[in-house]
Design a protein around this ligand. Structure first.
Ligand code: ADP
Ligand code: MG
Ligand code: MG
Length: 352
């Protein structure tokens, strides 16, 4: 008998469009003999809709036109109404597992995961705490410090501190770091709100830009580095893929370089000495376990070009998942093809 799997897509974050592409790829590849797929879209305003759309409709953004009339997504279970998709007829489709293919805040940050926990619905990927720890770059850094996993120097600043006295914040950053520095919203992804600053003026405007997205900003020592990414998979036993390298077509890997320019390249496997490769894979698993990660994550690193030092950059608990995204490609190169990877993630979700 087939499993009922709900694929959630879209979402309220700046990464809505990326999610549509990831989710469409997943729906196309899922084994239809094993799964009944139920597509649940979340609009940019946060409205949920059960849709009978094709992956093409999803990708083109037309999915909402295919909302099933009179349907209702019930995530508040009671004795008379279990959690699931309620149809106009009153029939309730029980969901065996959810695959939340939503990136960024309100998707990858523990909030959505909290809803699944409350409704007792198994779901793919990290739980509440690990999701939010990986999403909040300031908190994540504290955990990495505690574990002794190397990372670049950083400072975090809250909106009220910056608003009270800009000069003090600038001076504090200049005391601790050297230009260039990177300014980032603490909770975001896809490089949204991130700038590189080479002087006090750019630093202040970079902080202001980041504060548009979050009330907390992380300011990091900028380094000249190769960008290496590793995919991890598993819960009790965690496997690491071969590392891959991102070759950005721009000065840094910003939103445009990631999705619009189409000329950034990935190199799989990354050309690394065997010992560096193993070091990075070990660090990836250690970092994933340090945040209590489960199921899936892509762990991103820097290798500083001058010193060859390895630093962790971040963990993405719901990385891009199109067929040409880094996470599935890393697994493909490690011997696990796309459809099998999806099976494995759903299997892990049910087990957890
Ligand atoms: P996001 O979660 O939005 O992907 P990242 O922290 O990965 O944010 O930063 C996005 C990109 O900005 C990185 O892939 C890299 O190209 C560049 N970058 C970020 N921090 C640094 C840094 N400290 N030094 C050099 N480049 C950086
Ligand atoms: Mg990220
Ligand atoms: Mg990143």
């Amino acid at each position: 008998n087939k499993m009922n799997v709900a694929v959630l897509f879209g979402g309220k974050s700046g990464e809505h469009e990326v999610s549509l592409e990831s989710a469409a790829s997943i729906c196309r590849a899922m084994d239809k003999d094993k799964y009944n797929i139920y597509m649940i879209g979340i609009t940019k305003n946060g409205e949920w809709a059960y849709c009978k759309c094709t992956p093409d409709d999803m990708e083109s953004g037309k999915w909402l036109q295919f909302e099933v009339e009179g349907s209702n997504i019930n995530l508040i279970p009671s004795q008379s109404r279990p959690a699931g998709i309620e149809l106009e007829s009153g029939e309730i489709i029980k969901i065996d597992a959810c695959f939340p293919v939503i990136h960024g805040p309100f998707g990858e940050d523990g909030t959505l995961q909290g809803i699944f926990e409350m409704a007792s619905i198994p779901y793919v990927g990290c739980k509440v705490l690990s999701s939010s720890l990986a999403m909040d770059k300031a908190m994540f850094k504290k955990v990495m410090d505690f574990e002794g996993i190397p990372q670049v120097d950083y400072v975090s600043v809250r909106a009220y501190e910056f608003e009270k006295k800009e000069e003090d914040v600038i001076k504090m950053v200049e005391d601790m770091l050297d230009y260039p520095v990177f300014t980032k919203p603490a909770n975001m992804g896809s490089s949204v709100g991130i700038s590189k600053a080479s002087d006090a003026y750019e630093l202040a405007s970079g902080i202001r830009e980041a504060l548009k997205h979050d009330s907390k900003v992380v300011i990091e020592q900028g380094i000249n580095a190769r960008e290496i990414e590793v995919a991890v998979l598993g819960s009790e036993t965690v496997r690491a893929s071969v590392p891959g390298e991102v070759l950005s077509c721009k000065d840094f890997y910003d939103y445009e370089a990631k999705y619009l320019a189409n000329s950034s390249k990935t190199l799989i496997p990354a050309q690394l000495d065997e010992d560096v490769k193993c070091e990075i894979q070990d660090m990836a698993i250690k970092a994933f376990k340090a945040i209590d990660g489960e199921g899936i994550s892509r762990i991103d690193f820097f290798i500083e070009k001058d010193t060859n030092r390895v630093y962790i950059n971040e963990i993405n608990t719901m990385p891009g998942f199109t067929k040409i995204s880094m996470y599935p490609k890393l697994w493909d190169a490690s011997g696990m093809p796309y459809t099998k990877l999806i099976d494995e993630l759903i299997r892990l979700a049910i087990k957890k």
